[in-house]
Write a protein that binds this ligand. Structure first.
Ligand code: NAD
Length: 485
């Protein structure tokens, strides 16, 4: 078992209350992974004060100097890649291959923004008059609060932190209580890389205490959140009276369309990887396979075969391709949706059960599950499950497929499998989603490209990831200079 403390003003500190909590391995819930301080509003206030004190000094450095710290942190994380990936699997449950990919993603994100630091200037704009200089500069916002979910415990903190820091802000980050370890490992790497004290502070604790303080404390200039829609909406409403800059990235109900000309082997592989990979616990997971009735039967057969080939188990074990649900609550949610789908008249094509036999007894394991005969307006077709459950919805032709795909409140990622370029491009034009994938899985993103949703998946005013991620964390000032006199 590892023991972590909050990271406030460059110091590792217990919670002011002295209280602690532990995380358990979701593959073996008798194994304690780590112990943490149970932070509350007092700890969050101390972190915000430290961030406010550190801001002027950090903002006064150049972006290139800040980028050097990020690049160095990337190198430090790289030396610990294997160890961090194992820790991630033990705390979150995803397979070691998935964890290794996620740790690599964080390493690459810090390297990317380290390099980008050389480009973070403003613009010169031609003035109407001679001997006038008109230009913009990019400035940091101040103290930025970050609130992150449990499902990508190193990648999401990294993709918020790197642009926030390189832009010159100081930060208070609250990771989700189910998986805080990797956020503290980022803090450790940044401290070793030379980040000045107070520029990054990490406080773990509940949403109702630490989260509430971050959302309501007037020192916060901007807040970036990733998590569920219900929580995101609540925080957005808390920020609105002060008009604090807000970025809320929330859940999805992502479709993969399988058109009548699709390569069905490819379609089944993409749906299985995007629906069952990461145990379905990805905001971009495919949870709806929207399939042309002409190819429904052979597609379902192939998808069920893909599900049957999945080996569920402890993500550290060789050959395991799907880990457990994060905790008992999420497992119960998955099972509840399976029961709801049955009541709604959907047909169970495979899966549907908790797995508790043998070495799976101590974990939150569930079978990869496929339902057919799912009605587009049913709860299974409308609500985010966040588990390995794919709803197959039959449609008649391309227009019907697009209408069904758009008939949800979320709009994050959306795939289509077809050989027809015209229909693929029409889909890209008309689908209400922030990310479109053509003949690719709905999960998986290029870190150098913008990411974010539409509709209830995002406040959609700023994108995350890519060079444009810095826009949320900085403001543009316009300067007019007249040297004609
Ligand atoms: P969650 O909304 O329960 O929690 C997210 C974070 O908010 C956690 O740190 C939590 O402690 C905090 N929080 C909870 N209540 C709060 C409150 N009242 N005030 C302030 N903070 C509070 O989400 P989760 O279960 O951790 O994550 C799963 C959700 O995240 C899914 O809906 C998933 O789709 C979404 N997600 C979205 C993206 C994206 O980029 N759009 C990426 C990953 C996950």
């Amino acid at each position: 078992m590892q023991t972590y403390q909050n990271f406030i003003d460059g110091q590792w500190a217990d919670a002011a209350s002295g209280r602690t909590f532990q995380t358990l391995n979701p593959a073996n819930n008798t194994e304690v992974v780590a112990q943490y301080p149970a932070g509350d509003a007092d700890d969050a206030k101390a972190a915000l004060d430290a961030a406010a004190r550190a801001f002027p000094g950090w903002a006064a450095t150049t972006s290139v100097a800040r980028g050097r710290v990020l690049s160095k942190a990337s190198q430090i994380l790289e030396t610990r890649k294997g160890e961090l990936a194992r820790l991630l699997t033990r705390e979150e449950g995803k397979t070691l291959a998935e964890s290794t990919g996620e740790v690599q993603r964080a390493i690459d994100i810090f390297r990317f923004f380290g390099g980008l630091s050389y480009t973070l200037g403003g613009q010169t704009i031609p003035h109407d008059l001679p001997n006038n200089l008109l230009y913009t500069v990019r400035q940091p916002l101040g103290v930025v609060a970050l609130i992150t979910p449990w499902n990508f415990p190193i990648a999401i903190p990294a993709w918020k932190l790197a642009p926030a820091l390189v832009a010159g802000n100081s930060v208070v980050l609250k990771p989700a209580s189910a998986t805080p370890a990797l956020t503290f490992e980022i803090a450790r790497a940044l401290a070793e890389a030379g980040l000045p004290k107070g520029v990054l502070n990490v406080v773990v604790g509940s949403g109702a205490t630490v989260g509430l303080e971050l959302a309501t404390n007037p020192v916060v200039s901007a807040l970036s959140f990733t998590g569920s829609h219900a929580v995101g909406q609540g925080i957005y409403e808390q920020l609105a009276p002060r008009m604090v800059r807000a970025q809320m990235e929330m859940g999805g109900k992502n479709p993969t369309l399988v058109l009548d000309d699709a390569d069905l082997d490819l379609a089944a592989t993409l749906c299985a990887r995007a629906g069952f990979g990461l145990t379905g616990q990805a905001c971009t997971a495919t949870s709806r396979a929207i399939v042309d009735r002409k190819v429904l039967e052979p597609f379902v057969e192939k998808l069920v075969a893909q599900a049957a080939a999945i080996k569920v188990g402890n993500g550290l074990n060789d050959g395991v391709t799907m880990g457990p649900a994060i905790n008992e609550a999420q497992l119960q949610t998955d099972l509840e949706y399976i029961a709801i789908a049955r009541q709604e008249g959907a047909a169970l094509a495979c899966g549907g059960r908790r797995l508790e036999e043998g070495e799976l007894a101590g974990g939150w394991f569930i079978e990869p599950t496929v339902f057919t005969n799912v009605k587009p307006d049913s709860r299974l077709a409308q609500e985010e499950v966040f588990g390995p459950v794919i709803a197959v919805i039959a449609v008649d032709g391309f227009e019907d497929a697009i209408a069904v795909a758009n008939n949800v409140e979320a709009g994050l990622s959306a795939s289509v499998v077809t050989r027809d370029v015209k229909r693929a491009m029409t889909y890209a034009d008309r689908i209400q989603a922030g990310v479109v994938k053509i003949n690719q899985i709905s999960t998986g993103l290029a870190l150098q490209a913008p990411f974010g949703g539409v509709k209830q998946s995002s406040t959609d005013s700023f994108k995350e990831q890519g060079a444009g991620a810095v826009d949320f964390y900085s403001r543009i000032k316009t300067v007019y200079l007249d040297y004609s006199a």
